[in-house]
Design a protein around this ligand. Structure first.
Ligand code: C2E
Ligand code: CA
Length: 511
């Protein structure tokens, strides 16, 4: 008014009615979803409500004060600081919503039973781009790809899930999912231009209908992790049901089984004989861990070892297997029947330990086992991840007399560098590679030459996976020094292994 006073019209109480309605609705909704609210969220919402209510009452009593709007602004600021930090929600490279926003959003969708469909897009060649063209190019590529994806969804429905994987969120059964897939596919059939470089991009696609395909947020996270790391399949739009999903329930059951076995000495070590061609008898064996759970039955090492590597339990398992092997050697029955050394697998995670040498030496010392009766099998993955620690560990233990074998030779990482620079006594040809030899003439030639090369480097070859006489003759003919496989025996418990030795080593083995 003319004196600068502040007046309200007759409909003003109506705004309070609306505000009260929202307030009650908000409180009821928040109470209903209380389990999803963090303590920080609860505190800031409570502060927001109380400050607003107090300000409204003060304002109603004293019409000349303008505290209502002031209080609302302060509350908004509080909410922005505590709840909605933009940087926390957005991936800085792609400017899309990030992984944690994605998980949050999906959790809310599941909790409120609102169905949705996801289209996942992954660029499997990204690491190659990174190596070839460098970081700046690769980041521009991710950015331009994410900009392109926003042609198909609203700003809040596009996510960057790290590891070169994107997600677009659609309403359930929207026809737009198929249309988007076809449009991106078409676009990717042409060169993608980044600055001065034109390049083709390949992508893998997966459609997930939620909740039919995956019925909760935790499982969805596991599912996406598996999509990110599986062999890329770029030919078609995969449906979630096409992939063999290793669900989180089974995973946690296996984790429990591992814990239980560690507490109750539930692991067992089996031994598989290794035959020497020059001595014509079994001279060694590989110690292989076994896990049998009351509820789950036999769990194969291929299943539980990777889980134990991820959660660190492999350190305890590895120690247990090593101790068992030492205990077996100390008994002397194996030695009296011709066993000269026992081969024990070392996981990548164990190789990363800086105190590995002390740990193993102290166990050998405790069991009075000579280091030369141990051969440690390591894979090249370990050398790729931690070349320096691994090299130091191998060299020190070798100086003490421990032998080393390069395991799984012929698989993904095979690389000359480690073969030449580390003191490996044995190279173990992986069984898949050995079997390849019987499938193609080319593979046969390649393996024969590999064997010859390794022998020239003064290392000895162990061929794994020998199951029949024909395979045995072929690999012996190529010059392999040692043979391991079902032809001689499957991995068996210690007691049965002694029987295998008695049967084979007390007289010359007939091969
Ligand atoms: P690996 O080190 O390559 O071990 C050889 C695997 O080949 C063993 O499988 C063995 O049973 C199998 N095998 C040997 N000969 C034949 C054959 O003639 N035919 C067929 N079909 N298979 C044969 P297993 O015991 O299931 O172990 C699988 C993998 O689990 C091992 O592969 C190794 O990577 C891991 N593993 C097993 N025990 C241990 C352990 O104590 N520590 C660590 N770190 N890893 C272990
Ligand atoms: Ca092995």
């Amino acid at each position: 008014d003319s004196q600068g006073g502040y007046h309200r019209g007759t409909l003003q109480p109506f705004t309070y009615i609306v505000a009260i309605y929202y307030l009650i609705f908000g409180i009821v909704y928040a109470m209903g979803n209380r389990s999803m609210l963090s303590r920080q969220v609860v505190t800031s919402i409570t502060a927001f409500i109380s400050m607003t209510v107090v300000a409204v009452i003060v304002q109603m009593i004293n019409k000349h004060l303008l505290v209502e709007c002031f209080a609302a602004s302060v509350c908004m600021l509080l909410i922005m600081f505590t709840l909605q930090s933009q940087d926390d929600m957005i991936d800085q490279g792609t400017k899309m919503l990030n992984w944690s926003s994605f998980v949050n959003r999906c959790s809310i969708k599941y909790a409120s039973a609102s169905d949705f469909t996801l289209l996942l897009i992954r660029i499997p060649d990204f690491k190659m781009f990174m190596k070839t063209f460098g970081g700046r190019f690769s980041n521009s590529l991710l950015r331009s790809f994410s900009d392109y994806l926003y042609n198909f969804v609203n700003l809040g429905d596009g996510f960057y899930l790290e590891d070169e994987c994107f997600a677009l969120m659609f309403p359930k059964d929207s026809e737009k999912v198929g249309e988007t897939y076809r449009a991106i596919r078409k676009k990717l059939s042409e060169n993608w231009n980044i600055g001065t470089v034109d390049t083709l991009i390949t992508a893998c696609f997966m459609r997930i209908d939620c909740p039919e395909d995956v019925d909760n947020a935790d499982m969805l996270v596991d599912f996406i992790e598996q999509f990110k790391h599986r062999e890329p399949e770029t030919e078609r739009l995969l449906h979630a049901t096409d992939i063999n999903f290793y669900d989180s329930k089974r995973r946690s059951e296996v984790e429990n089984a591992i814990d239980k076995a560690l507490d109750n000495r539930g692991f067992e070590v089996y031994y598989q004989p290794i035959y020497s061609s020059s001595r014509n008898k079994i001279v060694s064996c590989e110690a292989l861990v076994r896990l049998k759970d009351e509820k789950l039955g036999f769990i194969p090492p291929q299943e539980f070892i990777p889980i134990a590597e991820e959660n660190g339990k492999i350190l305890k398992i590895g120690k247990y297997v090593f101790e068992e092997a030492c205990r077996f050697i100390k008994k002397g029955v194996g030695t009296s029947l011709g066993i000269e050394y026992v081969q024990v697998n070392l996981s990548v995670v164990q190789c990363m330990q800086s105190d590995l040498v002390e740990q193993l030496l102290s166990i050998m010392d405790r069991y009075k086992v000579d280091p030369s009766s141990i051969c440690l099998e390591v894979t090249e993955t370990a050398a790729v991840y931690t070349p320096h620690i691994m090299e130091k560990n191998i060299k020190t233990l070798s100086d003490y007399g421990v032998k080393f074998a390069l395991d799984d030779y012929g698989t993904g990482y095979s690389n000359m560098t480690y073969l030449l620079s580390l003191p490996f006594r044995f190279i173990k040809l992986e069984k898949e590679i050995v079997w390849e030899c019987f499938k193609s003439e080319k593979a046969h030639i390649a393996i024969e030459s590999t064997v010859a090369m390794i022998k020239k480097l003064n290392m000895q070859i162990v061929a794994e996976g020998i199951e029949d006489k024909h395979q045995l003759d072929t690999l012996l003919g190529m010059g392999c020094d040692f043979i391991q496989g079902y032809y001689f025996s499957k991995p068996v418990p210690e007691k049965d292994f002694i029987e295998v030795l008695k049967k084979n080593n007390t007289q010359a083995v007939t091969v």
